[in-house]
Unconditional design. Structure first.
Length: 338
């Protein structure tokens, strides 16, 4: 049976409970994680839904020390606080372990699951179990090309191929000639799509460099060695804010004149753009991804809504942040929401 047909039937108006309060959409954010599930809810809001308490599991592929997910989680917590939702967050960069975390959520009979699909093939079986158990699932951040096939209700994020292509065009505009694209997690389809998109539109030459994003000293030494080996590299393209900040050190250690641009933001990254040590960043608004994913599950349960109609993803990016607009963004980044 077609998974999409099954999803369409599941999305039929069987949960048309009138909403007691409309939720107001807010900015962007993330959070720290680990293998152990824990309840979130530190984010506060003015007003709270009076609908029955529900439980939502947010399961991501966050690696240790990756602050991007702090922003995703903050957005999810803000939506949970408004929707009278118990948010249970868990994460593991290992695809098999992440699938087990989804199974844990199913066993706990949660009311909804929001999940990232960095390695979608590893999630097929467990997501089928969620669907057969009648648990609505939405995707966010990673897996835009796979969410429908896997039977998810909605997806929130950016098209990584499109964002990569935009990045390549930006490199052309700033006069780059030779770049190295640093992938910090092998097998992550979204990261691969970013570099592939960059290569598609960038008129100069592009090399791919793999690093271990969970080991920053190793990241630093690997990028440094690459820059020493090839003095012609004039731009280092990283795919995450922590990797970009480490690349700044590598450029100095290598005595290189290469400039740095990146995907994704955090507080330190916006400061680096202000100082000029990083040229620009692509913002996919992770806070918005977490917020909308959790909010969509509330809306589905309480009013039968599903974002994108189950047919189109809800895009949260890409947008460029550079010296021209970084001051406005920095104010929000200082609060941990950009």
């Amino acid at each position: 049976m077609d998974r999409r047909s099954s999803r369409s039937r599941r999305l039929a108006p069987a949960v048309a409970v009138a909403a007691a309060a409309a939720l107001t959409l807010a900015g962007c954010s993330s959070g720290s994680g680990g293998k152990k599930s824990e309840e979130g809810g530190s984010a506060t809001s003015a007003g709270k839904a009076t609908t029955p308490r529900m439980t939502v599991a947010l399961v991501t592929h966050q690696g240790p020390g990756d602050t991007f997910w702090d922003i995703v989680r903050k957005g999810a917590e803000a939506a949970a606080a408004k929707g009278n939702i118990k948010l249970v967050y868990s994460a593991d960069p290992n695809a098999g372990n992440q699938a087990n975390l989804v199974q844990n959520a199913i066993d706990q009979k949660v009311d909804g699951i929001a999940v990232t699909l960095a390695k979608p093939d590893a999630m097929k079986s467990v997501l089928a179990k969620a669907e057969s158990g009648g648990i609505p699932v939405v995707g966010l951040n990673s897996g835009m090309g796979d969410w429908q096939e896997l039977g998810l209700m909605s997806f929130f994020g950016q098209d990584e191929s499109v964002s990569g292509e935009a990045f390549g065009k930006k490199l052309n505009e700033v006069g780059a000639k030779k770049t190295v694209c640093v992938i910090h997690e092998q097998g992550n389809v979204g990261l691969t799509q970013r570099c592939d998109g960059l290569k598609k539109t960038f008129k100069g030459s592009t090399q791919i460099l793999y690093v271990n994003g969970t080991d920053m000293p190793s990241v630093k030494s690997t990028i440094t060695a690459k820059l020493k080996q090839d003095s012609g590299i004039d731009y280092v393209a990283t795919l995450g804010a922590p990797i970009a900040m480490t690349a700044v050190q590598s450029v100095g250690d290598a005595g290189s004149k290469a400039k740095i641009a990146t995907f994704d933001l955090n507080k330190d990254l916006t400061g680096a753009i202000q100082k000029g040590t990083i040229e620009f960043a692509v913002d996919q608004q992770p806070y918005l991804q977490g917020y909308l994913a959790v909010d969509s599950l509330w809306l589905f349960k309480n009013n039968g809504n599903y974002s994108g109609g189950g047919e189109q993803p809800v895009l949260t990016g890409p947008a460029f942040v550079d010296k021209a607009n970084v001051d406005k963004v920095a104010a929000f980044a200082a609060k941990g929401t950009r």
